[in-house]
Design a protein. Sequence first.
Lengths: 98, 371
Amino acid sequence: MIRVVLPAHLRTLARVSGEVELDVDGEPTQRSVLAAVEDRFPVLRGTIRDHVTEKRRPFVRFFACGQDLSHEPADAALPDAVATGSEPFLIVGAMAGG
Amino acid sequence: MSSVRVLVGTRKGAFVLSSDGKRERWDVGGPYFTGWEIYHVKGSPVNPDRLYASQSSGWFGQMIQRSDDGGKTWEPVGNEFTYEGVPGTHQWYDGTQRPWKFTRVWHVEPSLTDLDTVYAGVEDAALFRSTDAGKTWQELAGLREHPSGPNWQPGAGGMCLHTILLDPSNAERMFIAISAAGAFRSDDAGKTWRPINRGLKSEQIPDPNAEVGHCVHRIAMHPSRPDVLFMQKHWDVMRSDDAGDSWHEVSGNLPTDFGFPIDIHAHEPETIYVVPIKSDSEHIPPDGKLRVYRSRTGGNEWEALTNGLPQRDCYVNVLRDAMAVDSLDSCGVYFGTTGGQVYASADAGDNWSPIVRDLPPVLSVEVQTLP
């Protein structure tokens, strides 16, 4: 079970509060976790990553275990603590704008 | 008794302002989609409780929201806007070519006849259509693929398709406008397009016969006379009496002919409204006075409408989609400002009062007249 924390605006779109818990087949990666998020909440397709290229939107960041994973390869394994559910995978809106 | 609903898009959410036909007391609904930019909200002429809103964010992109109860509740319905085929390139500010890239929906235009059909004008400029009430979107690619496409370039606000006019007398005819490419017309329901910019003159374009490149800010059409179009261009207020085949200037005695919105009285197709702005480099009202100008002669002769509008120390702007009229008798006129005020006149512009004063910067205003 993977724990995912969505930013406030995406929680509103998905109509959830708090963390989201997801099952991911195999070793969890950014790509598989985001696919699981989008499968559970189709409304979030295109809001975190591009519909077609699956590239992360520029002002969206990924964190876990105190690390910025935003620039890690999409198919790289996430930290063990995320895979075991002891730490959440954080999807964050970058600090920008007014 | 009839009533009025004013749909307001702002930099930080949407608002629905409601009043009875007297238009004296207003209920303020919202904010909806708080924190998101709402470029446009518009209702269906088929069923006025069906509304579409364009919601966008620099962080999370585009979303189309739909309401089926007049704005009380909303549902996110679709957000995939993919250009047909390989989209090619257009001109960038520095003259180089740059690939078309979707950024946001500037304008939504529900069909005049079909509840579930709606058009979207987007940045980078293209026209999309949904026939399933906003869930899925298909590009009408004949516009972007016009041979002039590589010569289109963005205005300061981006290369946006901001105006969509549907001809109520001819389902095959539609008009659109793009900053800064110009105006285009389709006579086959959006399959093919031709530029309609003859007669437009722009200082920055040396060729007086340039087919594209004009920074059209807004076009208006009265439903009873779809061949007569009025245009607020970057500079110049223009008029066409032949569905855009040719244009002539009607700026007349305006204090400045720069501006963004233009609209037409609901019952008097020769009565038009603009909001003069000082210049292209100073987007503020001349002399700190917020004045709507009205022409009752289809242009050229203009009168300032000032009663109830600030006549000193006012430095707001009124954006291109931020003016609308109702169809009550007498005609109501509404506009929103970048200072967050929405002004209303229940007597065709003679007297104005603010409905609200402190919204976020207003991006768009639409009005529904309800039975």
